[in-house]
Design a binder for this molecule. Sequence first.
Ligand SMILES: [Zn+2]
Length: 77
Amino acid sequence: MVMTDDIFCQKVTKESTKEDKPMDKYFCNPCGYTYDPEKGDPEHGIAPGTAFEDIPDDWCCPICGVSKDMFMKAGTN
Ligand SMILES: [Zn+2]
């Protein structure tokens, strides 16, 4: 009945997972508008802190109106 080793293993592996991964900015390819996940797009129903991946597919660029798939991931620095 010695089953404690498994529990110790799980605790060790959990420490190596990073939880606060920075969210990526995306920019609109046609017009250059940048979506900042920290700011969101409150005027169009996107709350601050929303990752680009979590924006509904019917969201469009607030500047030029293209759909999400015209956006490119921006460099993080
Ligand atoms: Zn645009």
